[in-house]
Design a protein around this ligand. Structure first.
Ligand code: ZN
Length: 143
């Protein structure tokens, strides 16, 4: 059975993230600055190099990999919630190289921004907490 909470659209922001910043950290810092407790976002732009993560469903662990070259951010989407009292940015990204080959996965720390335009939507009136889920081994929404 699916579980949801009902919120309402809050503030909306459009802007850019700092050159050479860590993409994941830049999203988190911005959300903290704007005091966003729950929300979602999209980003387009480019990165100098990327660190991605794949979740192995058998081993229940993240496997990291790097793509060490300049890439376009074809698509980057994510949500903002809380885990153990802190903001948690859950973000997935698809990147393309010069030939149009794509790399995708869960965004990890170590992805360096070349240019990044963010569209950030706050969801008001909800508390979106995460908790460890035994079945998947992931920190899922605790609804
Ligand atoms: Zn993920």
């Amino acid at each position: 059975m699916s579980k949801v909470v009902e919120g309402r659209l809050g503030r909306v922001f459009i802007g850019k993230l700092p050159y050479n910043s860590d993409l994941l950290q830049a999203i988190k810092s911005l959300a903290e600055e704007l005091d966003i407790q729950a929300g979602y976002f999209t980003i387009i732009g480019a990165v100098k190099q990327a660190k991605l993560r794949y979740y192995d469903q058998e081993k229940k662990e993240y496997l990291d990999f790097a793509v060490e070259k300049p890439l376009e951010i074809v698509s980057c989407i994510g949500n903002i919630s809380k885990f153990k009292g802190e903001l948690l940015i859950h973000c997935h990204i698809v990147l393309a190289d010069r030939e149009g080959n794509t790399y995708g996965g869960h965004l990890a720390p170590g992805t360096r921004v070349f240019a990044a335009e963010i569209h950030l939507q706050e969801v008001a009136g909800v508390v979106l907490e995460r908790a460890y889920d035994e079945v998947t081994g992931l920190n899922l929404f605790s609804l």
